[in-house]
Design a protein around this ligand. Structure first.
Ligand SMILES: Cc1cc2nc3c(=O)[nH]c(=O)nc-3n(C[C@H](O)[C@H](O)[C@H](O)COP(=O)(O)OP(=O)(O)OC[C@H]3O[C@@H](n4cnc5c(N)ncnc54)[C@H](O)[C@@H]3O)c2cc1C
Length: 654
């Protein structure tokens, strides 16, 4: 067996300009990002840790109004309602806002993204004319009231009802029992005056599935309207500046026109009409239009991770602990010179770069799909898959990395005044709202496992399992098995394949991650088919394979993230920046492979020698990138008001 050598990976450029790197990261929406940075750079707009709950809520509302007055919050709206029709630009602005107070971010997300998005995408001209300008300016604070205490992830089973009364031409909105009260609803406890309420629509005694309609909650003076009951959710783990509440509807009557009727309408005579026949398809079509929220939270989690890494890296460049024994009088060593410290921070930093470029790709797709003149069904499905998968991976990365950065700053990281308390608490729930991560990965896997997403959307889990079995996965499985045999042969028998040098090659890295994604996907298909062929109940076969489905989705995300990074590098015109980012990309790829090297060995894709070489390569890359760590975090362009001014430990080395 060959001895382990370090893969051949050339060093990065000696020095790279952080400003040039930042311009490359900021991409086509640089101007919007800079406008948002400028707003965050005003000292009065900096995060204010330790504010009391009500004070924080009031501050957040005041900030949101200020942003609205400055025209920063409704970029995605059509121009006639105060926006600029810039879907991608709106997400870029939101991402940048995530450098600051995250309660403000979420408040804006609820008002302009969720409430505004529901009116824009589910409503029609009359709703737009009536409300969009007021939503954009925050004259009409509103809520997105979907979740109920009894149903969060399974939204199709919501129990609030909206029953059409043909005699009066009104809908009667009702909460049938406490489990059906709306729960966790942002903007409800204090400020919201209207809500986009998701309810089971009942017309002529027939249930038509979940639809959204506008229900006023408070009058202009903020007094709760008759028939509405609202309760404050109270203190949460984080996001204290957002007023989440619970809402009950006691037979509240709203005019027929309040139904957001882009996909289904009820006429004066009480006749229900929709261009989409299937209620399930209609429901998923409606949900699909709201995907911008998920994409936005994904980007925001990446920004929050950048803040944590910027603080931790700056601290690690300044903080000294220990030194070589016997060297009395010699300065102790800075934390970032320790390999363990590099190992803790730099692969996470590389992954944030990778996620940033994947998010850029995701946002570009979002923009394309939502601004195209025609319906791009296939692109829409791919967007949904990538958004679900990337949101899960990015928000989990935020949670893990912010914790690691806190620990990397020791006791100082634990002080509220150094930002980690808020970063940890406020981003925690990003893994849950805009789609619970575990549920989202199943959605991504389901999309991956079929080319016929629409057909699958019609099916319940039982039908889904049967569908998998019928759609020729046998062929996929056989192809995959053959590819595995061939690759093993190539790895084990062909001369030179045990050489580790090729691990530094992008095509080899890409091939490893793509192969894993493909292999796991076809493995799930094989298991589903095998279980069903054996006569087992399809629903339980599906349940047995759930962990496998999640692995398939994660592997898919890892490979598309590397693809996005590699593709972006091809467009980097600055040779120094390109060289540096090439190494960052290597670190992302190899640390991802390293994290699953047991799997790669089990499947014959890494010999033990090559597997050890991956560890050496990651160590070597950490050493190579160590001198560039500060440049890499400065390139994020986190305003000083949210960095050194807000976290004194991030001030020391600047
Ligand atoms: C701070 C905050 C703000 C929010 N703001 C809003 C808002 O403004 N408007 C709104 O409508 N909603 C809002 N929500 C609600 C949020 O969208 C839901 O909490 C989320 O969708 C999850 O639903 P749930 O809490 O009922 O969890 P559940 O669906 O009960 O999930 C609980 C656990 O079960 C797991 N699980 C569920 N289903 C499956 C399955 N099929 N397979 C395997 N595991 C499964 C999940 O992974 C999760 O770990 C907010 C929530 C919070 C905490």
């Amino acid at each position: 067996m060959a001895a382990t050598t370090t893969p051949t990976i050339p060093p990065p450029a000696p020095a790279v300009d952080a400003a040039a790197l930042r311009a490359f990261l900021d991409g086509e929406h640089a101007e919007i990002r800079d406008r948002c940075r400028a707003w965050l750079s005003v000292p009065a707009n900096a995060p204010r840790p330790g504010l009391a709950l009500e004070e924080h809520r009031a501050q957040v509302l005041a900030w949101a109004k200020d942003l609205a007055d400055a025209g920063e919050t409704a970029r995605g709206f059509p121009a006639e309602y105060g926006g600029q029709g810039q879907v991608g630009g709106a997400v870029a602005g939101f991402e940048t806002l995530a450098f600051g107070d995250l309660s403000l971010l979420v408040k804006c997300g609820v008002q302009f993204g969720l409430f505004g998005g529901a009116v824009l995408h589910l409503g029609t001209r009359k709703h737009h004319d009536r409300h969009l300008a007021d939503i954009a300016s925050l004259r009409l604070p509103g809520c997105f009231a979907m979740t109920e205490t009894g149903h969060g992830s399974n939204v199709q089973q919501l129990e609030t009802t909206a029953t059409y009364d043909a005699a009066t031409g009104e809908f009667v909105v009702s909460t049938p029992h406490d489990g059906a009260r709306k729960d966790y609803i942002g903007n409800a406890a204090r400020d919201g005056r209207m809500a986009a309420v998701f309810a089971q629509l009942v017309v002529g005694g027939q249930s038509r599935g979940v639809h959204a309609l506008l229900v006023p909650l408070r009058d202009a003076d903020g007094i709760v309207l008759p028939g509405i009951r609202i309760e404050d959710c109270g203190a949460k783990l984080g996001l204290d500046g957002v007023d989440n509440g619970r809402i009950w509807f006691d037979d509240v009557r709203v005019p027929r026109d309040n139904l957001l009727d882009r996909y289904a309408a009820v006429d004066e005579d009480g006749v229900y009409r929709s261009a989409i026949d299937s209620s399930t398809k209609r429901f998923f079509t409606m949900l699909g239009t709201l995907i911008q929220g998920r994409v936005s939270i994904c980007g925001a989690s990446i920004s929050a991770t950048k803040v944590a890494l910027a603080i931790a890296v700056r601290h690690a460049e300044a903080r000294r602990q220990f030194g070589p024994p016997g060297d009395d009088g010699v300065e102790e060593v800075v934390l970032l010179d320790y390999r363990t410290h590099q190992r803790r921070l730099l692969p996470a930093l590389a992954k944030v770069y990778a996620l940033h470029f994947a998010q850029e790709e995701l946002v570009a797709r979002l923009h394309r799909v939502f601004t195209a003149d025609e319906e791009l069904d296939r692109e829409r499905r791919e967007l949904e898959t990538l958004a679900a998968g990337l949101k899960a991976v990015a928000t989990w990365h935020a949670t893990a990395t912010i914790q690691e950065c806190r620990e990397a700053c020791g006791g100082m990281g634990y002080l509220q005044g150094n930002r980690f308390a808020a970063l940890k608490a406020d981003t925690d729930v990003f893994t849950t709202f805009e789609g619970d991560n575990t549920v989202l990965l199943q959605l991504a896997a389901k999309n991956l496992l079929t080319d016929f997403r629409d057909q699958l959307g019609e099916l319940d889990p039982l039908g889904t399992a049967g569908f998998y079995a019928r759609q020729g996965f046998e062929a996929v499985a056989e192809r995959s098995a053959m590819r595995e045999v061939l690759t093993r042969l190539a790895d084990d028998l062909l001369p030179g394949r045990d050489d580790q040098a090729d691990l530094g090659r992008r095509d080899v890295q890409l091939e490893l991650l793509r192969w894993r994604a493909d292999h796991i996907k076809s493995g799930v298909a094989r298991r589903l088919k095998g279980g069903i062929d054996a006569g087992r109940d399809p629903f339980h076969v599906l349940l047995d394979c759930q962990d496998h489905l999640l692995a398939a989705a994660r592997a898919y995300v890892d490979s598309v993230v590397l693809e996005a990074f590699a593709a972006k590098l091809e467009r980097c015109e600055d040779p120094g920046g390109r060289l540096l980012l090439d190494r960052v990309c290597d670190l992302y790829a190899l640390s991802t492979i390293e994290a699953d090297r047991g799997w790669f060995q089990e499947h014959g894709r890494l010999s033990s020698t090559r597997s050890k070489a991956v560890i050496k390569a990651v160590n070597s890359l950490c050493g190579q990138l160590r001198p560039h760590a500060q440049t890499l975090v400065e390139a994020f362009g986190v305003p000083e008001t949210a960095l050194g001014d807000a976290a004194p430990i991030a001030r020391a080395s600047t």
